[in-house]
Design a protein around this ligand. Structure first.
Ligand code: G3P
Length: 216
């Protein structure tokens, strides 16, 4: 299972990358705005800066919602850097654009996916990644991790090559659930990744080892 970090914050990307466990980055317009990245030139430069930190795929989301606009923006994003994956929303013109990008060899991430049917369409269009948002499903009393299980099952039965990229991850147990469900990728903020490190018995055990070592 690959680990992506879901942020546009350069310090957090560097911190996760320095751990040696980072396989890529996902961003979205809200995450870019949170970092105060505004204006087309600054946004494009920020994507290149991220690509220069990590080795793996970096998802950059289009703003347009019509086919021509998505294609124009997506082609410009893809030209920025070989690591860029064009993130396209799960709408009718988005699916058409994903098919267009797939046929041109441009990698895509189909975002804002909340149902197995949407995931089937993304796979049929040849998306490189599909991004089911599990935290937002939990927010409305649906089981987000169950959706990951369903999509993984459907893709396995039918041999779809689209990778299941579990998104909208809010805590470490989401990561464990997605791992058990067979997600290909989890994209999460830094805190849930660091949360995986924690266990009180590790802290207690380490304290005792060090105390015993230092006994005179
Ligand atoms: O990758 C999608 C993710 O950023 C959405 O997360 O927490 O806003 O639902 P959240």
């Amino acid at each position: 299972m690959k680990f992506f970090i879901d942020t546009a914050n350069i310090d957090q990307i560097k911190e996760a990358n320095d751990l040696g466990i980072l396989d890529g980055v996902t961003t979205n317009p809200s995450l870019m705005a949170k970092e105060g990245i505004k204006g087309q030139d600054n946004i494009l430069k920020h994507y290149v800066d991220i690509c220069n930190i990590v080795d793996g795929d970096v998802s950059a989301e289009v703003i347009a919602t019509d086919f021509d606009g998505i294609v124009k923006e997506g082609e410009a994003l893809a030209e920025l850097h070989p690591q860029i994956v064009v993130k396209v929303p799960m709408i009718k013109d988005g699916i058409k654009a994903i098919r267009y990008f797939t046929d041109k060899g441009i990698k895509t991430n189909c975002t804002l996916v909340f149902s197995p049917g949407q995931a089937i369409l993304a796979a049929k269009a040849g998306a490189t990644y599909v991004s089911p948002f599990i935290g937002r499903l939990d927010d409305i009393s649906n089981e987000g991790v169950e959706l990951i299980q369903q999509i993984v099952n459907i893709y396995t039965i039918h041999g779809f090559e689209t990778e299941v990229l579990a998104a909208s991850i809010r805590h470490s147990m989401h990561i464990i659930g997605c791992a058990e469900a067979g997600a290909d990728v989890v994209t999460c903020p830094l805190d849930p990744i660091l949360g995986l490190l924690k266990h009180p018995l590790t802290d207690i055990g380490l304290e005792k080892f060090l105390a015993d070592h230092n006994k005179k």
